[in-house]
Write a protein that binds this ligand. Sequence first.
Ligand code: SF4
Length: 278
Amino acid sequence: MAQQLDPATREALIARVRFYRDLGLTEFYRRPVDEIENVGASGFATLDQVSSAASQSALHEGIQEEQPIPPRKPLPIAPEIGASVPRADRAAALQLIREDIGECTRCALHKGRNKLVFADGSPTARLMFVGEGPGADEDAQGLPFVGRAGQLLNNMISATGLKREEVYIANVVKCRPPGNRTPEPEEANTCSPFLFRQIDVVRPEVIVALGATAATYLLGQRQPLAGLRGRVHSFRAAKLIVTYHPAYLLRDPRQKKEAWADLQIAMRELGLKAPAKA
Ligand code: SF4
């Protein structure tokens, strides 16, 4: 007999399925999502297809899914690349973007934020990291990647031989999604043009997308992480490498080796050598 779950538990299960699917981990399904999904000519899978996959998986476990997740909208085309800003003017240009954002209420995420998280690091960085959005620590401090995941990112940066203040760090959305959920497409699409402007000003040579959400909104295509890692993409004026989000690496440290391999691609593109161990 099918086990009945309360709506909150069902929602949590579906959210978990989406989370793993976005990370490119589909093996835990009884039927892999990519076999179930019928990705159209646009290359976009829809979330209701994922939901359907989740429901089928859940049904295998005796769980009934009654609340369909609304479909995702296609990703927008990123705007034209902005004109190059002289290095000496980049800090001021970033400040103008920050002022443009202001006390933003352009999307629903403003309702739950304490502090808007713009960015951290060097306005002339050669290497940029892009995450998904602020968590609780970031929301409290107004800086990206300052919690446990931030500590791990700092270690990753050190491993490249750079200091945190030498790179530039930002997120797809600048306000914390409630409960650290994945930003909704409408939220990410509203906020990401500011990120694109930041990228155009900083002009990093290499961008590292941390996790599937960052990769999705930078590359403009929704693909499992596994299909995007291990190679060099191009985005605007930069080369783009995709790797795991540090929060995921905290949950599954076995993947750190894979993340290090991704960072080594970024280092190779920048001509960096790992510092000698003391
Ligand atoms: Fe504005 Fe971005 Fe915050 Fe939404 S997430 S309110 S678009 S700054």
